[in-house]
Design a protein around this ligand. Structure first.
Ligand code: PLP
Length: 362
């Protein structure tokens, strides 16, 4: 008997998350994982590696609560926001009975995490404008215990209408947890729902140090929610989710100085995004560039697989979104340094548009 046959049926059938790292490539311009392009420098201050770390390092919790404008008992720190996504499923969904709900096109880990645990994945496609289809969601809530909404949404870049989020929270009251994934909220801080926690015991907000804080390699994320919900997540989290070096560096990143640096990065990346958006709109091979409140742009190309391959061969690695519902011809481009943005535009300007197959206006 093969080991494969011993595995749980849902694990045998599982397609693991196609992370940018797993997909590989030999680039020198990495624009496929929404990382910050330059490594920040840190020194370790902790040396007590003989001891187990704190489960919820006090300084990290205190600084994040301060930064997010919530109470300390409303913060949980975990191994990336991805662990937060998983903890919610572990705490709230009974395998084979309960379901999660999300609205494609969106972040891939909600589906992968649910699948790993044998929890049903129910989808309600986003509307054409990528906002929530609230009537369809209302009709799909049987057995749903957990609803994930990503805002700004990855990969489309748009914010979800706050009135719709309120309606969703009302709809889910007493039935399901609403998890709002704010991985990119630093790029549009005024849109955060963190101030709503006092109104909704069933609201959870996911955050990360991987994007605007430039620390994807650290693996550190946060869940914001009221104490009752946080206490449930603490029941199912690993005893030592963060190593001592991670807690050390996270605390430094969340110091006054660290937050100031993060805000400078946001300003710089947002300026590069505006620049790249204008340049893309002038490229013959680009059909449409979507408005973004994040550190990436989604664009529809006249021949996206050719664009993807041509840039790949030049060491510029983008993220192909073709397979996502409603995103045929779309590529996602992380905003890098201005120089990296220029490399993209230069490579694209050499590509033909669809003019050969279209009628030119007279
Ligand atoms: C990057 C990302 C995450 C994962 O963040 P980590 O803290 O690196 O695990 C979660 N949600 C969305 C929408 C993301 O884009």
């Amino acid at each position: 008997m093969s080991i494969e046959n011993l595995a749980r049926a849902n694990v045998r059938e599982l397609t693991p998350y196609q992370s940018a790292r797993r997909l590989g490539g030999n680039g020198d311009v990495w624009l496929n994982a929404n990382e910050y392009p330059i490594a920040p420098e840190f020194q370790l201050t902790a040396q007590t590696f003989n001891r187990y770390p704190e489960c919820q390092p006090a300084l990290v919790i205190e600084r994040y609560a301060d930064y997010a404008g919530v109470n300390k008992d409303q913060v949980l720190v975990s191994r990336g926001a991805d662990e937060g996504i998983e903890l919610l499923i572990r705490a709230f969904c009974e395998p084979g009975k309960d379901a999660i709900l999300f609205c494609p096109p969106t972040y891939g880990m909600y589906a992968v995490s649910a699948e790993t645990f044998g929890v049903e994945r129910r989808t309600v496609a986003a509307r054409q404008d990528w906002q929530l289809d609230l009537p369809a969601i209302a009709d799909s809530l049987d057995n749903v215990k957990l609803i994930y909404v990503c805002s700004p949404n990855n990969p489309t870049g748009n914010l979800i209408d706050p009135d719709d989020l309120r309606t969703l929270l009302e709809m889910a009251k007493g039935k399901a947890i609403v998890a709002i994934d704010e991985a990119y909220i630093e790029f549009c801080p005024q849109a955060s729902c963190a101030g709503w926690l006092k109104d909704y015991p069933h609201l959870a907000i996911l955050r990360t140090l991987s994007k605007a804080f430039a620390l994807a390699g650290l693996r550190c994320g946060f869940t914001l929610a009221n104490e009752e919900l946080i206490t449930l997540l603490l029941k199912v989290i690993a005893p030592y989710p963060l190593s001592t070096p991670v807690a050390d560096i996270a605390a430094q990143a969340l110091s006054t100085e660290g937050i100031r640096t993060m805000r400078q990065r946001v300003t710089e990346i947002s300026a590069n995004r505006s620049w790249l958006q204008r340049e893309l709109e002038n490229c013959a091979c680009v059909e449409q560039v979507f408005t973004s409140d994040s550190n990436y742009l989604l664009a529809r190309f006249t021949a996206s697989s050719n664009v993807f391959k041509t840039l790949w061969d030049q060491g510029i690695i983008l993220r192909d979104q073709n397979k996502q519902p409603g995103l045929s011809g779309c590529l996602r481009i992380t905003i890098g340094t201005r120089d990296e943005c220029r490399r993209v535009v230069y490579a694209l300007s050499a590509l033909p548009g669809a003019t050969e197959t279209r009628q030119e206006p007279m």
